[in-house]
Design a binder for this molecule. Structure first.
Ligand code: PEP
Ligand code: MN
Length: 342
């Protein structure tokens, strides 16, 4: 960390600041120019509050030269993290380090017949995990809000029928007790910075699928993953799901460059959700292909057996037949990238 001091600061004030950093366990390198004095703070500064340093009377500016995230940083963990997801204790799907996961299913769990039928279809096409929302974050309070605990129960029925691990979203910390028997807990885009929720998930032993917020930077995204990992839970899957831009032709804008950027700076598996990024079924295939080519470790795709009657996100869902066609093309690309679906 580099601390640039205001002009004309006297030696005593500089020494006081140096001692303050030294007491915090850092060593300080002082560089005195004709007009400006610069302090190089050496040590693990990830715990230093940069705004608090900026607020010190004699400080003109502060710059980080190392990243504020640590546990998610590839520098301290060069090899890819591989996450094993058991399906309620049976078998396991893997993601990361050459294992490519395809998480497919409806936006919302609607009834037993729907979720079990879709689970069977997506499994047949090669999906490795089943998704389905039971607690739904909807823009309107008048829209379908999900089946709640009943939805979680139906997901477990679909898991029993197919052996697929289940992925579902938690919206509130108070619901955590219902997620004991869920294989992967999803944190939705709107909750990416719900820090109390992230902290609590950091104390669970469960894989967490963390979605990037609608208007969050990659660094903020990684800091949210850091919240989970610093609590002791190393099983975090990062999900790029599109960000808000000025564009109106798509629901969001898929930030495809986030994939190689995240893979470069972090060891965590990175997946892409083209459904919420595009908001349009015909874009699922090209965006899925782009994601595999960009180095993603998996995809999350919304599939519905009757999109026109879906209780949420029907207009962006693909049918099982369309999913099967996408999978046919994706499989070839995944193996071309040297990865396997398992
Ligand atoms: C979802 O996966 O159904 C969902 C609500 O996604 P997001 O949080 O990315 O909007
Ligand atoms: Mn959805």
């Amino acid at each position: 960390m580099i601390v640039i001091l205001k002009q004309g600061v006297n030696d005593q004030k500089i020494q006081e600041l140096v001692s303050r950093f030294e007491q915090m366990g850092f060593s300080c390198h002082k560089s005195r120019g004709e007009h400006t004095t610069i302090l190089g703070i050496i040590g693990d500064t990830s715990r230093v509050d940069i705004e608090a340093v900026r607020a010190i009377e004699i400080v003109e500016d502060v710059k980080r030269v190392s990243e504020p995230y640590k546990t998610v940083n590839r520098k301290f963990h060069p090899e890819d993290t591989v996450i094993s997801v058991p399906a309620g204790g049976r078998g396991a799907a893997k993601i990361g380090g050459g294992h490519f996961a395809v998480i497919a299913g409806p936006c919302s769990v609607e009834n037993e017949e729907q979720i079990v039928a879709i689970a069977r279809e997506v499994k047949k096409s090669g999906a490795t995990m089943l998704r389905g929302g039971a607690f739904k974050p909807r823009t309107s309070p008048y829209s379908f809000q999900g089946l709640h605990e009943e939805g979680l129960k139906l997901l477990k029925t679909a898991r029993k029928e197919t052996g697929l691990p289940i992925v579902t979203e938690i919206m509130d910390l108070s619901h955590l007790e219902y997620f004991d028997d869920i294989d992967v807990i999803q944190v939705g885009a709107r909750n990416m910075q719900n820090f109390e929720l992230l902290k609590a998930l950091g104390h669970t032993g469960k894989p967490i699928l963390l979605k990037r917020g609608l208007a969050n930077t990659i660094e903020e995204f990684l800091m949210s993953a850091e919240y989970i990992m610093s609590g002791g839970n190393a099983q975090v899957i990062l999900c790029e799901r599109g960000i808000r831009t000025f564009e109106t032709m798509t629901r969001n804008t898929l930030d495809i460059s986030a994939v190689p950027v995240l893979k470069r700076v972090s060891h965590l598996p990175v997946i892409v959700d083209p459904s919420h990024a595009a908001g349009l079924p015909w874009l699922i295939e090209p965006l899925s292909k782009a994601s595999v080519a960009a180095g993603a470790d998996g995809l999350m795709i919304e599939v519905h057996n009757d999109p026109s009657c879906a209780l949420s996100d029907g207009s962006q869902s693909i049918t099982p037949a369309q999913f099967d066609a996408v999978m046919g093309r994706i499989k070839a690309l995944v193996s071309f990238e040297g990865k396997k679906m398992s």
